[in-house]
Design a protein around this ligand. Structure first.
Ligand code: 5RP
Length: 230
């Protein structure tokens, strides 16, 4: 099975958790873009209705195209379930997210949800955060270079501003992304605390203690990991 098939093998377990009348946080990335049509199919088949709150402009556009009602996060006071992808998942279900640059809105919506479910193929499972993926940090354009210098000075880390086709990547919030190369010695909670207090940092791609369930597609079947069971 290729990665796409592994990602899609997680969908049934996620879709089963979507019920009539729910407000559903809809994440970002290729996994979720494949999931959205399946959500629409379920709504049609079961004649049920949900309201979507999306973590990126792109997902909102796709969800609307598939006939899912989408509203703004400021118009809800709770979210029943959020379903999203991840770039890395450690043994405690802590994550790195933000490969698509949507980490701020993802954090708002995923953390706000009563239940947060992550879908991924097994290549995303790691022993420590930063093992395979750099940590995205969203920073204001005004002083981004000063922030980059501060992060570089912390344990001599490598930091690069994210570029796409030779131009800086701009988030839905109009900011830059700095990608920070981590190492095994970096403690996620300490690193997040350091970063989040730098003036100019909007959010980090660490999603710590927020995941309720990870549904992982593996070549030998789907593995479900819940928050308190290992
Ligand atoms: C976007 C994200 C995505 O959830 C993450 O990058 C995983 O993406 P994909 O589903 O394409 O593997 O955090 O900001």
């Amino acid at each position: 099975m290729d990665k796409k098939q592994l990602k899609m093998s997680t969908f049934n377990d996620a879709l089963d958790q979507i019920k009539d009348g729910m407000i559903v946080g809809i994440g970002s990335g290729t996994t979720i873009e494949l999931l959205v049509p399946k959500i629409a199919e379920k709504l049609e088949q079961e004649q049920i209705h949900i309201i979507g709150v999306c973590t990126s402009n792109k997902t909102a556009l796709i969800a609307k195209e598939f006939g899912i009602q989408v509203i703004e996060v400021n118009d809800v006071d709770h979210i029943d379930i959020a379903i999203d992808g991840a770039d890395e998942i450690d043994h405690d279900l802590n994550l790195i997210k933000g490969g698509g640059g949507a980490l701020f809105r993802e954090k708002v919506i995923d953390a706000m949800a009563d239940r947060f479910v992550v879908l991924a193929d097994d290549s995303k499972c790691v022993d420590y955060l930063g093992q395979t993926f750099r940590l995205p940090v969203e920073v204001d354009k005004f002083n981004w270079l000063l922030v980059e210098k501060c992060i570089k000075a912390y344990n001599d880390l490598k930091v690069t501003r994210r570029m796409v086709d030779d131009v800086p990547f701009i988030t839905d919030n109009g900011n830059y992304i700095l990608d920070v190369e981590l190492n095994e010695g970096i403690q996620p909670f300490d690193m997040h605390e350091f970063l989040i207090h730098l003036i100019g940092v909007l959010e980090t791609g660490y999603f710590l203690n927020v995941t309720d369930q990870a549904i992982i597609g593996t070549p030998t079947g789907v593995k479900i990991k819940n928050k308190y069971s290992k």
